[in-house]
Ligand binder design. Structure first.
Ligand code: 3EB
Length: 332
């Protein structure tokens, strides 16, 4: 049996067996060196603690390190972490792109070649984190530089640049290098789009010279389990940001998008995934907005909702909140 569980177990609390890896969100750097966990420099807002998201699978876990990618895998899934210092590319000629673009391109190329070599060609989900995501350098917002590098690497690595693309999120940290984590499988997963939104790979050019590459969710069936991974979901309808400046309305719109993605996923697969089945991470741009956002989520999903709240920059400067989620359900 595979036991993929996201939760708040701390590394070292008897959970190492079957540990595929995870992410630790905290404002302070980690006190111990934990290569199975990516450190994401974001303050937790709902508790005076760090947030640890971990992924577990049964059976023998093997580990590896290639091109600065730390990875762990069992028979079914591989989880990897890459961090890359874009300053290494500070001297690159301008026509090759900005340092962040080149770092992104290289990181993604390395990820795809690792996955090819290890026999896990199907990515379910990418998590992308970078500092100063909304800052403009070389006349282009850094998130848009990242999109350029990501698009180049997908194309160069023979990955689809539309249609069946992985779920993802892309968020701004307070500090730290470009950090990308990923979960890949041996079998294809199902990419879900949102009928209320234009697919991100079809966004018009006003959001940058190259589109973001992600689907709204992915559903994978792994060893009797169905894994549901919801991408970062924000207050976008069509391709436009809705409710600029109104964090409460943005939260409600994001939840409407999540409900639409779940409906679509349940139609496209035989998953029966409800809003209440997910574990959520809620990214909030302005820390002081947490009470409002939390109240709406608890009211609309239910008081027992499992959600953790962190401070983050969202990839569009006018977005104030973004919500992602995950669930591992029995496939029966
Ligand atoms: C959006 O819907 C909001 O670039 O990988 C959400 C999820 C967003 C993933 C990404 C961006 C990404 O466009 C932003």
């Amino acid at each position: 049996m595979l036991n993929v569980s996201y939760g708040s177990a701390l590394p070292g609390e008897g959970q190492d067996f079957g540990l595929l890896g995870g992410l630790i969100f905290s404002a302070l750097p980690p006190i111990a060196d934990t290569p199975a966990f990516a450190h994401i420099a974001m303050a937790r807002l709902d508790q005076d603690a760090l947030l640890c998201e971990s992924l577990h699978g049964n059976g023998v876990i093997r580990t590896g390190l290639l091109n600065d990618i730390h990875y762990r895998f069992n028979d079914h899934l591989l989880f990897g972490i890459v961090t890359i210092d874009e300053n290494l590319f500070a001297g690159t000629p301008k026509q090759d792109g900005t340092p962040l673009q080149i770092a992104t391109r290289q990181a993604y190329r390395h990820i795809f070649s690792l996955l090819h070599a290890q026999g896990f060609p199907y990515v379910l989900r990418f998590w992308n984190y970078m500092a100063d995501i909304n800052a403009v350098t070389d006349d282009l917002e850094r998130y848009r530089q990242f999109n350029l590098g990501r698009q180049q690497a997908f194309a160069e690595s023979g990955q689809a640049v539309a249609g069946n693309v992985p779920a993802a999120c892309a968020l701004g940290t307070a500090s730290g290098p470009l950090t990308i984590t990923f979960l890949a499988g041996r079998q294809p997963s199902v990419a879900i789009e949102n009928p209320r939104q234009i697919s991100a790979y079809d966004y018009p050019e006003q959001y940058g010279p190259r589109s973001p590459l992600f689907s709204r969710a992915s559903v994978a069936t792994v060893d009797q389990h169905r894994i549901f991974l919801l991408s970062g979901t924000a207050s976008i309808v069509g391709h436009e940001t809705r409710h600029t400046g109104d964090v409460a309305a943005q939260t409600t719109e994001s939840l409407a998008n999540i409900a639409a993605v779940l409906t679509e996923a349940n139609l496209k697969t035989n998953a029966q995934c409800a809003l209440q089945a997910l574990d959520y991470i809620v990214y909030i741009r302005h820390a002081e907005d947490i009470a409002q956002v939390r109240q709406i989520i608890e009211q609309q999903v239910g008081p027992a909702v499992r959600a953790a709240y962190v401070q983050a920059d969202i990839c569009r400067a006018d977005l104030l909140v973004e919500i992602e989620g995950s669930a591992a359900l029995s496939a029966n």
